[in-house]
Design a protein around this ligand. Structure first.
Ligand code: GDP
Ligand code: IMO
Ligand code: MG
Length: 430
């Protein structure tokens, strides 16, 4: 038992970075398997904060291999900025490995992300504008550029010139936008390629050899279940598969080689960007959650939408990812609430639903059924043992576990690495 997947159960920003960093104390390798720099994972250690976008949240441990696997879309500029920022803070980055099969985010991807959102007008998705969707589109359209191309000067130049010719047609004729200059892009990206080349390898064999050798590997999901392109609130989703199944295709490690799945659950709910959010609180409760939780996006700074915990969504995430344990984060943000609500079922036309509706029109009509819990009105940020949590906090957590059918594995009571209560001591199965 040495492979553990960490996946977000809600709409992102659950605190995956914190949980990965905590578990990475024991890991040999941490792997990003999907998404790109749309992710913003914050890790706090000894009062220092690190905001990670492409780098796996194992980067703070010297000697831990950090893999950016084939399912990730890599923005080289962003990656190198992150590496430089880490180095300037004395963090060693020599153990980063990048898949030669990962796709590269190119300037046109960011531009089309921006233009696409403008064109959608009121129907915009509210993307992070990091070029993620357009990069995955080109991957599926078979005109993507991969890391193995980026580091091959001739092949890269040929591909960039070919693709820019096609993209410029769309830019000029559809968007009435100035064309891109392939030669300028080549000059910029060649400098990235020179720095990235030494980090590139076949991460499929690297990871499978590690699995066979019994190494401890953490797969770090970005985004979350409700942003999954198949299982989320489509079309208000990202373009990849954040559920645990994403590891199979995104890292080339087969499903039967995954031992444990941990779903990260924020003790309440947030969402950035557009789309349905059944338990959203557009009132003073929502405002209080936002203020108490400093709920503003890591990547874009946008205020996050806030609401009560939706246990239906968490249960769904558990089903999809085969979750063994929940890691509940940010429980401390609820410290000052007199009462706390949890949605334990959806009702439609007076009937309890068994499923999360696919149709957004139907989802918009569901009525969350709430259970109300008395708050604990105590500062829990220094609690380190489950039994020391206030009874009301334990009642809330235990009901969450009961409704979702998922065991409690970790409870996080603060951003720092040590503000962590562990119930499942052997997540790596020792
Ligand atoms: P991610 O995208 O899932 O990694 O989550 P983000 O990093 O975007 O957002 C979670 C935020 O909550 C970050 O600022 C974390 O440092 C912080 N955080 C994580 N766990 C806790 C916790 O238990 N309590 C508090 N107060 N903050 C936490
Ligand atoms: P982490 O890993 C929260 C949201 C965007 C938008 C939708 C599509 O930090 O949890 P995209 O740029 O991916 O095409 O945007 O997905 N989104 C996130 N929301 N956390 C994230 O990452 C997100 N990554 C994308 O806001 O609604
Ligand atoms: Mg985030």
């Amino acid at each position: 038992m040495s492979t553990v997947v960490i996946s977000g159960a809600q709409w992102g920003d659950e605190g995956k970075g914190k949980i990965v960093d905590y578990l990475a104390q024991q890991a040999d390798t941490v792997v990003r398997f999907q998404g790109g720099s749309n992710a913003g994972h914050t890790v706090a250690v000894n009062g220092e904060e690190y905001k990670l976008r492409l780098l796996p949240s194992g980067i703070l441990y010297k000697g831990t291999t950090c893999v950016i696997a084939n399912g990730v879309v890599v923005d080289p500029q962003c990656l190198l900025e992150e590496i430089d920022a880490m180095n300037s803070r004395g963090i060693d980055t020599s153990n980063i490995r990048i898949s030669n099969r990962a796709h590269v985010v190119m300037p046109w991807h960011k531009l089309f992300d921006e233009l696409g959102e403008q064109m959608r007008g009121d129907n915009k998705i509210g993307t992070t504008k990091r070029g993620i969707g357009p990069c995955y589109i080109d991957k599926a359209d078979r005109i993507g550029i991969r890391v193995c191309d980026l580091i091959d000067r001739e092949e890269f130049a040929k591909k960039v010139r070919d693709v820019v010719r096609v993209k410029n047609l769309t830019l000029e004729k559809v968007y009435n936008h100035a064309p891109l200059d392939a030669e300028e892009i080549l000059r910029e990206y060649e400098t990235y390629a020179d720095r990235i080349r030494p980090l590139v390898c076949d991460t499929i064999s690297l990871l499978n050899n590690q699995v066979d050798a019994g190494k401890k590997i953490l797969f770090e999901g970005a985004q979350a279940t409700m942003l999954d392109i198949d299982y989320g609130t489509y079309p208000y989703v990202t373009a990849s598969h954040p559920i645990s199944g994403g590891v199979g295709v995104g890292a080339g490690v087969a499903p039967k080689k995954i031992d444990t799945v941990v779903s990260v659950v924020k003790a309440y709910c947030t969402r950035v960007g557009e789309g349905p959010f059944p338990t959203e609180q557009l009132n003073e409760i929502g405002e209080k959650l936002r203020t108490a939780g400093h709920e503003f996006g890591t990547v874009t700074g946008r205020p996050r939408r806030t609401g009560w915990l939706d246990a239906c969504v968490v249960k769904y995430a558990g089903q999809l990812s085969g979750t063994d344990y929940m890691a509940v984060t940010r429980l401390d943000i609820l410290d000052s609430f007199d009462e706390i609500k949890m949605c334990t079922a959806y009702k439609l036309d007076g009937k309890i639903l068994d499923e999360i509706p696919a149709s957004l029109n139907v989802l918009a009509k569901v009525e969350p059924v709430y259970e109300t819990f008395a708050g604990w009105k105590t500062d829990i940020s220094n609690v380190r043992r489950y039994e020391d949590l206030p009874e009301n906090a334990r009642k809330y957590l235990e009901r969450m576990s009961e409704v979702t059918g998922i065991k409690l594995g970790i409870v996080s009571v603060g951003a720092n690495r040590d503000q962590t209560i562990v119930l499942a001591e052997n997540i790596f199965g020792e």
